[in-house]
Design a protein around this ligand. Sequence first.
Ligand code: URA
Length: 228
Amino acid sequence: MTRLDALISNSGAYSRSEIKIMVKKGRVSVNGQTVKDYSLKVSENDVISVDGKILDTEKFVYIMLNKPAGYISATEGEKNVIELVPSEMYRKGLFPVGRLDKDTEGLLLITNDGDFSHELMSPNKNVVKTYRAELERSVTESDIEKFKNGIVMRDGTEFKPAVLRPDGEKAAVVEISEGKYHQVKLMFAATDNKVTYLERLAIGGLALDPSLNRGECLRMSKEMLEKI
Ligand code: URA
């Protein structure tokens, strides 16, 4: 059980003082009954309405973004991915789960749930991320072998074994289980190739929703989250 004002506050739509006033004015109902006590104990399953409209009182939100190029994976500064979250999905404290480079497009998760992000990013979780890369030249059997064996860069950075599959001329699909800085670009650089375009297609079993245009977000259901 939680207090009515706390549950309404989860929506992120009203300040604490606004909530108190609107409850006292009789604008809020719980399961269809108007209530006037903002400290009333309610459960997360109760249906809260404001002015007859059902309020979304979920504390944590999980958003899938089809990231366009030109946005940084950060919460502030230049053009950042949080600016792309529409107001009805917005919550205070949203941040991107991991990072895509400014010029990388595709699947990026955004949440306000720190535990979820921590779990997903944990290096020993080995969540596979799938990318499609366009390249300066087509991949060879020898490149596939190198990716399969893992790559050690000249500066000592080690990348674990990865799956590399050609995807037509001068393009490939790559599966990596880590998320090191510029990892895909660096792995191709280590095979004397160059990424000219990069897109993330999937995180674990969760694929980028094909109905999402670049720059669009969707709120993820529990079932979608379980696919990861
Ligand atoms: N690897 C990269 O090089 N860049 C990204 O944005 C993601 C993975």
